[in-house]
Design a protein around this ligand. Sequence first.
Ligand SMILES: *[C@@H]1O[C@H](CO)[C@@H](O)[C@H](O)[C@H]1NC(C)=O
Ligand SMILES: *[C@@H]1O[C@H](CO)[C@@H](O)[C@H](O)[C@H]1NC(C)=O
Ligand SMILES: *[C@@H]1O[C@H](CO)[C@@H](O)[C@H](O)[C@H]1NC(C)=O
Length: 424
Amino acid sequence: MKRLLAPLALLLGNIGLAAADNPIIQTIYTADPAPYVFNDTLYLVADHDEDTANTFFEMKEWRLYASTDVVNWQDYGTIASLKDTFKWSVDRAWAPQLVQGGAMAIGVATSKTITGPYKDALGKALISNNNIDPTVWVDDDGQAYLYIANSGFFYARLNPDMISISGGVVSQSKPNGLTEGPWLYKRNGKYYMVAASNGIPESITYTISTGGPTGPWNGKSGTIMGPTGSSFTNHAGIVDYKNHSLFFYHNGGLPGGGGYKRSICIEDFTYASDGSIPSIKPTTAGAAQIGSLNPYVQTSATTIAFSAGVETQKYNEGFMNVYNTNANGAYIKVKGVDFGSAGATSLSVRVASSGSGKLTASLGSRTGTVIATCTIAGTGGSQKWTTVSCPVTGAKGKNDLYWTFSGSYQFAWWQFTASNATTS
Ligand SMILES: *[C@@H]1O[C@H](CO)[C@@H](O)[C@H](O)[C@H]1NC(C)=O
Ligand SMILES: *[C@@H]1O[C@H](CO)[C@@H](O)[C@H](O)[C@H]1NC(C)=O
Ligand SMILES: *[C@@H]1O[C@H](CO)[C@@H](O)[C@H](O)[C@H]1NC(C)=O
């Protein structure tokens, strides 16, 4: 079985609102996006800026999110951390990336399933030369390449075990103003090196190789995105998913956000016919939804297009659940939910509470048509779960669905029943 590898970050070891959809994660601050398509799903591995960070980057763990429509993102929680995964490290859970391979200071963690948990593969650093931001690309012939950058620009060939290198760490001259955050990929036979460039504040640039995956990096190049405002760093990830080309980056766009409290955003774009990447503007609308969300299958309450006043926590029956930190005004927006022409008749929600409250589902906006109101009684604890059923009226067609919280409780998943459903 192929293992999933998370070459993770510079680890400092003993060596030395509204209804917008960007930023895409509102429950915590996230940065350094690394998108990865696996099993028809778009996964996003990110690092996590702590709320306490004010004068430096404070990051202790890596988080995983997944989407099948680019706008609604489910939270899979922490997949690796300094404390539990890289015990030799003491600080700096910085830019991660996830790839699938045969078997990065830069550490490597592996897992048999994409959702983790990931385990330290080496018990020590793979490379420790004071450079950061690993990017890994597995070429069509199976050879994997790892790049890192900051004080310099370096690559290494990974062995088939994906946790050791051959031929040493090779220094190259930096392409096109590169500062850090390299992102290597191949598309239509061309190798792209995308990077945070031009010093502080950072822009995102790209350069196409005139050779193979190890350059030389002197082909077509350009600036994709200029500085994004309150975050002086940026870090890009580019991926094609369901025939849409997606550009991931970070800014300081959430309330309280800034250089050390960043948030991941997505824009979609179209390559020019010669493979060049256009200039992309940051927006609050984000990328267009691909398809719609089916409300008749069980959906994690952490599947969110936009939210305010809610956070996520470990769920003892699954991955993560939502809870409200704000008794008034906490809400979740789920975008493009297709109830079909027949519509829904009822709703099941999995909830837990040591208090009580009310959960309201509405269409179009928080103050839109109310389709269901569920009364949440105390269950005797924040991880003692019960399924509450509530009647639904007026839920038809494709709409944005809003969950509005009042009171205080935990919310794990939801599922509507279609009016044409047969009862058994
Ligand atoms: C792929 O996705 C399907 C449907 O969500 C899931 O049942 C299956 O376990 C996934 N396979 C892997 C290898 O993750
Ligand atoms: C992507 O585009 C190709 C070529 O136009 C097409 O064959 C394929 O079905 C499309 N895939 C999806 C998921 O839309
Ligand atoms: C019931 O309605 C849903 C949503 O419109 C539709 O996807 C499904 O095919 C329908 N099922 C039957 C048995 O008609």
